[in-house]
Design a protein around this ligand. Structure first.
Ligand code: PLZ
Length: 447
């Protein structure tokens, strides 16, 4: 279990603001930053963080924020989780780098064993490690193509898979991710997803529509892989209708198409299970991990069926920092924490509490059109009352209102009209209540 840091005290409920937001030190740093960092690298809220612990982040002006985004779903087991920090610190002193493809080390093997044990399915598996989610996506596509000898890849509407040029072709949103960065990789297709709130389709009907697109626009014989997030993250926590994903996977299996689950945002305890695929009875051919896997250190994994993963020849997979020993040590601690701790129960508790409180908000505020999610991955979508038409501007106004009161919220959705919650699993119900009350007040100002 995690050892307490100074702010892990669960009795601490309220954010603490000492200055306006952003405060004078953050503003000074921001001015300096604009002279040396390109504007393409944005920051949602330019408060410069000095330290972080549990669900709290404290900025250079001494303002303490309740972080309900966890650095976009990374510090799932809490900021500066002691077990992960201690493991990484000890590893720094032993070996910081050799490059696994030059002279290997044990941690890589142990972590691959953990992923084989914890990802869905009891088939034989292999895992390779990379540095970022986008790199995991890239490697999965390479591996699927090498295995199948086919060229095309399909992703779903509202998907997000990263910022490398291959991933840009897979993302739903051109603006701001892809616009101006083309040409994009060929043979990448996007097909309709299941979005029950907007399309009203059953899982079977939505799957039939997706499959018709796959068959008519690409053809199974040319299709190497279908990639799907079990719950779409940047797309707005879109939970597909029951039966949709299993039907899609079944079609893939029938046609020799590799089914890739991008669990980069959903995996590692976030939804109250090791992987969100479990909620949908999915046994993906390949499972992608990143974000929460190493509690904040950069690491990503591609885990999958041995016969698929072994398709590339030696030297075909790798990269200088992939599976860095320090990140691996932190990740082994994450697996131990998740295996031994109460984190899954906490994710379920957070989901139940947030779900109840958000549905209360929805009953009182007609702009809250939909509340959805699983476990500690909850969201609400803002629509023009009585319709499913996205309400522009409201989500960012709520996030800004909350930031001014010490609550860090993330927006999401292809239309930017979703507020999503990715709290650390150490966040208490009382802390969540503080945030919900602030959101309630923000919604009242929207009228
Ligand atoms: N797949 C499902 O959520 C990253 C994006 C932040 P990297 N999501 C956060 C931003 O603005 O770039 C993500 C994801 C899913 C892939 C990725 C990409 O992971 O580690 O950011 O490359």
């Amino acid at each position: 279990m995690s050892l307490p840091g100074p702010f892990s005290d669960t009795a601490l409920v309220e954010p603490r603001l000492r200055t306006e937001v952003p405060g004078p030190r953050s503003r000074a740093l921001h001015e300096q930053r604009l002279r040396v960092v390109p504007r393409g690298v944005g920051s949602v809220l330019p408060v410069y963080i000095e330290h972080a612990d549990g669900p709290w982040v404290t900025d250079v002006d001494g303002n303490r924020f309740l972080d309900l985004g966890s650095g976009i779903g990374v510090t799932t087991i809490g900021h500066t989780n002691r077990a992960a920090v201690n493991a990484a610190t000890a590893q720094l002193d032993r070996v910081t780098h050799t490059l696994f493809t030059v002279t290997p080390y044990e941690g890589y093997v142990r972590l691959a064993e953990q992923l084989a044990a914890r990802t869905p399915g009891d088939h034989e598996k292999r895992t390779m490690f990379a540095n970022s989610g986008a790199e995991a996506v890239e490697n999965a596509v390479k591996i699927a193509r090498r295995h199948t000898g086919r060229r095309a890849v399909a992703a779903l509407d509202h998907a997000f898979h990263g910022r490398t040029t291959l991933a840009l072709a897979m993302n739903h949103k051109a603006v701001p991710y892809g616009a101006g960065f083309g040409p994009f990789a060929p043979d990448v297709h996007r097909v309709p997803n299941s979005y029950p709130y907007r399309d009203g389709l059953s899982g079977a009907d939505a799957a039939a529509r997706t499959i018709a697109y796959l068959e008519q626009r690409i053809g199974a014989d040319d299709l190497a892989a279908v990639i799907s997030e079990p719950i779409q993250g940047e797309g707005g926590f879109v939970v597909s209708a029951p039966g949709y994903l299993p039907a899609l996977q079944e079609w893939c299996t029938q046609h020799g198409v590799v089914f890739i689950a991008d669990e980069i945002q959903t995996g590692l305890g976030r939804t109250g299970t090791w992987f969100a695929s479990e909620h949908f009875d999915l046994v993906p051919d390949l499972v992608l991990t990143a974000k929460g896997i190493a509690a904040g250190l950069p690491l990503a994994g591609v885990t999958g069926r041995a016969e698929i993963m072994d398709a590339p020849d030696p030297g075909g997979l790798g990269g200088t920092f992939g599976g860095n020993p320090v990140s691996i040590a932190a990740a082994l601690a994450v697996f131990e924490e998740l295996g031994d701790g109460d984190y899954f129960e906490d994710a379920v508790r957070i989901g139940a509490h947030l779900g109840t409180r958000l549905r209360e908000l929805s009953a009182r505020h007609p702009v809250v059109g939909d509340v959805r999610g699983i476990g500690a991955m909850q969201a609400f979508e803002l629509s023009s009352p009585g319709t499913t038409q996205p309400l522009p501007g409201a989500a960012s106004a709520i996030a800004e209102f909350a930031a001014q009161r010490g609550i860090l919220l993330l927006t999401a959705g292809s239309d930017g009209n979703v507020i999503r919650f990715l709290p650390t699993l150490t966040t208490t119900d009382a802390q969540l209540d503080v945030a919900i009350d602030v959101i309630d007040a923000a919604l009242r100002t929207l009228g």
